[in-house]
Design a protein around this ligand. Structure first.
Ligand code: 1GP
Length: 248
């Protein structure tokens, strides 16, 4: 137990250390073919992406664990679990975003899923990052909203968003994750990111980010997450490569 309490916050420190970092989100269901995944890993490595986030809404435990193992065997980029449910855990990952869906009022995603996996997660040798997860309206009904049966916060309700983030910090969350949902029409507005900077807590933004311009617009966030766009057009990693090269 002590070991866990004394553990260094390596990935959290890395999140905090710089703005405009890039994470590529890998949904194991879409990359269960090892050859396809290895091809993707070569490209993310070339682009010098900062993190690989792994998670999905429907993935089974075995597929999840196999994909994380394969990533770790073939790539040195830190792997962060972005879990869709309590069974998406693996000791091979570097960190786990311990998400509480604070924008919603579904107790299952506030505490229920956590209790189901707590006995395993508690003893895992993986960095656990308590994360305030806020779903923000992004112009489409997202899988997260559907699966969690929660309503996202409207993107123009700045005060509600900021107060939700503040409540999360008061509860001990170390990280803010604002998600417009996978495939969102509109990503989280940059004004929200700028407002949240006042809270002095690292910020992750995801959902609907599909252009280099959007990445630049949101680069005050610590980490910008890109999923769908890379699944659709793997060569978008060349744009990411250029962005990262200019940033460094
Ligand atoms: C991660 O849900 C996002 O937070 C991923 O969204 O697939 O739209 O990039 P996209």
């Amino acid at each position: 137990m002590m070991k866990k309490l004394l553990k260094n916050n390596t990935i959290l420190d890395q999140f905090s250390s710089q703005k405009g970092q890039i994470a590529v989100l890998i949904d194991p269901d879409k990359f269960s073919n090892a050859l396809e995944l290895k091809k993707l890993l070569k490209k993310v490595h070339f682009a010098k992406v900062d993190y690989l986030f792994v998670g999905g809404s429907t993935v089974s435990r075995n597929t999840f664990m196999d994909v994380i193992k394969l990533i770790k065997e073939n790539c040195s980029i830190p792997v962060v679990i972005f879990p869709g449910a309590s069974h998406q855990i693996s000791e091979d990952a570097d960190a786990l975003l311990y998400l509480s869906l604070l924008s919603g009022r579904n107790s299952d995603y506030l505490i229920g899923q956590h209790v189901l996996s707590a006995h395993e997660v508690y003893d895992m040798n993986v960095e656990i990052i308590p994360t305030a997860y806020l779903l923000i309206e992004g112009g489409t009904k997202s899988s997260v909203a559907y699966v969690s049966q929660t309503t996202p916060i409207p993107s123009d309700k700045e005060t509600i968003i900021v107060n939700t983030a503040k409540a999360g910090i008061l509860q001990g969350k170390k990280l803010l994750y604002l998600d417009a949902g996978s495939g969102a029409k509109n990503h989280v507005p940059k004004e929200i990111v700028n407002k949240l900077l006042e809270l002095d807590t690292p910020i992750i933004i995801g959902g609907g980010i599909r252009t280099k311009e959007s990445i630049e617009e949101l680069s005050q966030a610590n980490v910008v997450v890109i999923g769908n766009k890379i699944e659709e057009e793997i060569d978008f990693l060349l744009d990411i490569y250029q962005y990262i090269k200019a940033r460094n």
